[in-house]
Design a binder for this molecule. Sequence first.
Ligand code: ATP
Ligand code: MG
Length: 245
Amino acid sequence: MAEPPCGSANRCRLTEGVPGYNVGPISSEAPSVPSITLALSKGRIFEETLPLLAAAGIVPADNPETSRKLIIDTNRPDVRLVIVRATDTPTYVQYGAADLGIAGKDVLLEHGGAGLYQPLDLAIAKCRLCVATRKGFDYAAASRPGGRVRVATKYINSAKTHFAAKGVHVDLIKLYGSMELAPLVGLADAIVDLVSSGSTLRANNLEEVEEIMPISSRLIVNQASLKLKRELLQPLLEAFAGAVK
Ligand code: ATP
Ligand code: MG
């Protein structure tokens, strides 16, 4: 029987059909992958992380707002950034596709934090997780112990924990965005969402009726990376810690 083109059958099985793997001829030279991969989301987390990166001597080569690149090099050949959806950051770090990342506490509470070391509150992207209702809704009556509230949110875990602690029955409806609409069209009595200035709530005739917790973004590190790449990661962690306001 003829040898498969890529050498042994086993090697083919390992690489074939695995997305992201090079299925071409196996080269003896390992691809030159930078040693540290940091996962970030676009928008406020990226913007507010720039000064922290600068404190560690790291300057991104592209701006993800204007570039379509998902892998962004930096001035340091051993550091690269990967741009992911905010809710996906813990997943990339948990599986070691990124060594470290920056994620909101809101996102970490929903993810659960498995496989992640969370050494640092970076005090960026600050806001609060709140319950909001339509103006005039009697939330105090609905949320008495033993009461029942219909809540729309993308923060199912946090909402469940909050209402369980109050002894309130909750019917949770999972949404992925524009939560403010739900009470306005009768989908829910209340929403659990992030609020900073409150202007989106006001613009939609909603009001904050309860704060669940303050939120900020955390540095997250893959637990294996922390052990295996400690020499590279430690100075970075120290620079971030020194730059936290
Ligand atoms: P999208 O808004 O495009 O659906 P997203 O909600 O996943 O995406 P962002 O709105 O950029 O992403 O939020 C990223 C993180 O920033 C959140 O997980 C949260 O920790 C924080 N954040 C969200 N909203 C605010 C806010 N209004 N003020 C400050 N920080 C916020
Ligand atoms: Mg958002």
